[in-house]
Design a protein around this ligand. Structure first.
Ligand code: URA
Length: 434
C-alpha cells in the first residue's frame, strides 16, 4: 500500500477500507509513516470525517497498535474517567485517588496538553521525579499495589495515539469528533475496564463549543464502547469558564491536593465529587447516588484519598514531600496581576482566552517539540457572579519570560467581561448521555 494514495482517497471523500486503515495506523505506530504523511491524513480526516465503519476500524487499529492490558488478576472492579479536554481541568488528579480509596481500581491512562487545554500527564510531571511512562508490567504492578495508576500512552501502550496526539496538537486538527473519539476510546479500551465515565466538556474552553456537537461526540464514544462490550456513561459539563481557580500545571496539582485535603473551590469539588460518585455506581461499588456521595466525602475526610495519592506518587517515582507541602512544586519567579477595567459584576471569564494565555506563557506547547514550563500559571481571582471594583486584581499570573508576558497580557485581560447586572454561572453538570 501507499500512504499518498490513501491520503488522496480521504481527500476525495472516499471511505478507507479496513485493510487500508489498519496498514496506515500500524505504520504510524511503527514510525514507517513519516510525520508529514500522518499529518496530511489527519487533516484529510479533520476536513472530511469518517463514517461509522471507518471510525470503528480506526479506533480498533489504534487500540491494537500496542499491548492491550489484561488486568483480570485485579479483583476489584475497574473504572476510569476521561475528559475531552478543558481549561483548569485537573479533575483526574484528585478523582483517581478518591475512587481508589473507595475500593474501585483506577487504571488511568491520560493525555498531555492539547491545544489550549491542559493535560493530566503534564500536570503530574510537575511533581519532581514523577514518571507517567510505565511499561505494561509496571502499570499492572502499581495498580495491584496501590489500587490506582496514573500513566500515559507509551511505546507499548497505544503508541499510535502517542504519535497522532502530538501531531494533532501541532497541526490544528484537534477538534474533530472522530479523531477525539478514537484517541480517547483507544486508550480507554486498552485499560481492560469494567466501567468508564466520560466528561464531555462544552463551551469556549472545550473542543466542542456547542451542545449539539458535544452530544454527538458523547454518543459516538458511548457507541464505540458498546461495540467493545464496555459500559460507558458520558456527562456533558460546562467549560465556558475555567474549572477551579488555577490554570497551569504545578499550580493545578497544588489545587488538586487542596481538594484531597477537604478544601478547594466549590465548582471543582462539585465536579470531582459528582464524577467520583458516577464511577462508583458504574463500577457497581455502591447502589445509590447518596451512598456514593457519602463514600466520597468519607475518604476525603478520613485522609484515605490523600494517602492513596501519596502512595501512587511514591510508586511512580515522585517526591511525596510536595503532597504535604505543595510549596515544593515548581513556581516561575515573576508575578503580575490583571486588574478589573471597571466596577461591576463578572459575567464572563472566558475559558479559551485563559487557556490560550496559559499556553503562550509556556504551560502548553505551541509546537510538538516544545517543553512545558511547569511553574508558569494563572490564578483566577474573579469568576462569573463575582462583584469587582475598578483596579481590583482579577488574576495573578506567574511567568518566566517578560517578552511572553508583554505579548500575552492584553489578550488575557480580554477574558473578563464586567457588566452592571449580575448573572449567575450556568449549571456545571448539564446532562448525561448513555
Ligand atoms: N483527550 C484525549 O485523550 N484525546 C483527545 O483527542 C482529547 C482529549
Amino acid at each position: 500500500m501507499n500512504a499518498v494514495e490513501l491520503i488522496e482517497r480521504k481527500c476525495d471523500r472516499a471511505a478507507l477500507t479496513d485493510d487500508q486503515i489498519r496498514w496506515f495506523i500500524t505504520g504510524v505506530a511503527a514510525g514507517t509513516i513519516p510525520d508529514y504523511q500522518a499529518a496530511a491524513m489527519l487533516m484529510a480526516v479533520f476536513i472530511n470525517g469518517m463514517d461509522d465503519d471507518e471510525l470503528a476500524t480506526w479506533t480498533d487499529a489504534m487500540l491494537h497498535s500496542g499491548e492491550v492490558l489484561d488486568l483480570s488478576l485485579i479483583e476489584a472492579p475497574k473504572a476510569d474517567k476521561h475528559s475531552t479536554g478543558g481549561v483548569g481541568d485537573k479533575v483526574s488528579i484528585p478523582l483517581a485517588p478518591i475512587v481508589a480509596a473507595c475500593g474501585v481500581a483506577v487504571p488511568m491512562m491520560s493525555g498531555r496538553g492539547l491545544g489550549h487545554t491542559g493535560g493530566t500527564l503534564d500536570k503530574l510531571e510537575s511533581i519532581p521525579g514523577f514518571t507517567a511512562a510505565l511499561d505494561p508490567d509496571r502499570f499492572h504492578q502499581v495498580l495491584a499495589a496501590e489500587g490506582l495508576v496514573l500513566a500515559g500512552q507509551s511505546d507499548t501502550l497505544v503508541p499510535a495515539d502517542r504519535r497522532l496526539y502530538a501531531l494533532r496538537d501541532a497541526t490544528g486538527t484537534v477538534t474533530s469528533i472522530p479523531l477525539i473519539a478514537s484517541s480517547i476510546m483507544s486508550k480507554k479500551l486498552a485499560e481492560d475496564l469494567d466501567a468508564l465515565v466520560l466528561d464531555v466538556k462544552v463551551g469556549s474552553g472545550a473542543f466542542m463549543g456547542d451542545l449539539e456537537r458535544a452530544r454527538l461526540l458523547a454518543k459516538t464514544m458511548v457507541g464505540l464502547g458498546a461495540a467493545h462490550g464496555l459500559t460507558v456513561e458520558a456527562v456533558l459539563t460546562d467549560m465556558s469558564q475555567p474549572l477551579g481557580l488555577e490554570v497551569g500545571n504545578a499550580n493545578e496539582v497544588a489545587e488538586s491536593i487542596e481538594v484531597l485535603r477537604g478544601g478547594g473551590p466549590d465548582d471543582l469539588v462539585e465536579l470531582v465529587s459528582y464524577l467520583a460518585a458516577r464511577m462508583l455506581m458504574a463500577a457497581g461499588a455502591t447502589g445509590s447516588p447518596d451512598e456514593a456521595a457519602l463514600s466520597v466525602a468519607g475518604v476525603i475526610e478520613s485522609g484515605a484519598a490523600l494517602d492513596a495519592f501519596r502512595r501512587v506518587v511514591a510508586a511512580q517515582g515522585g517526591d511525596t514531600s510536595v503532597v504535604d507541602d505543595p510549596a515544593g512544586l515548581p513556581s516561575a519567579p515573576e508575578v503580575a496581576e490583571v486588574t478589573a477595567e471597571r466596577d461591576g459584576w463578572v459575567t464572563l471569564c472566558d475559558a479559551r482566552t485563559v487557556g490560550v494565555s496559559a499556553m503562550r506563557l509556556g504551560a502548553g506547547r505551541e509546537r510538538k517539540e516544545d517543553e512545558v514550563d511547569h511553574g508558569v500559571g494563572i490564578t483566577l481571582l474573579a469568576k462569573v457572579g463575582d462583584r469587582v471594583e475598578l483596579g481590583q486584581p482579577v488574576a495573578k499570573v506567574r511567568y518566566r519570560s517578560l517578552e511572553r508576558w508583554d505579548e500575552t497580557a492584553p489578550f488575557l485581560a480580554g477574558a473578563w467581561q464586567i457588566d452592571d447586572e449580575a448573572t449567575a454561572p450556568g449549571p456545571l453538570v448539564i446532562e448525561r448521555v448513555g
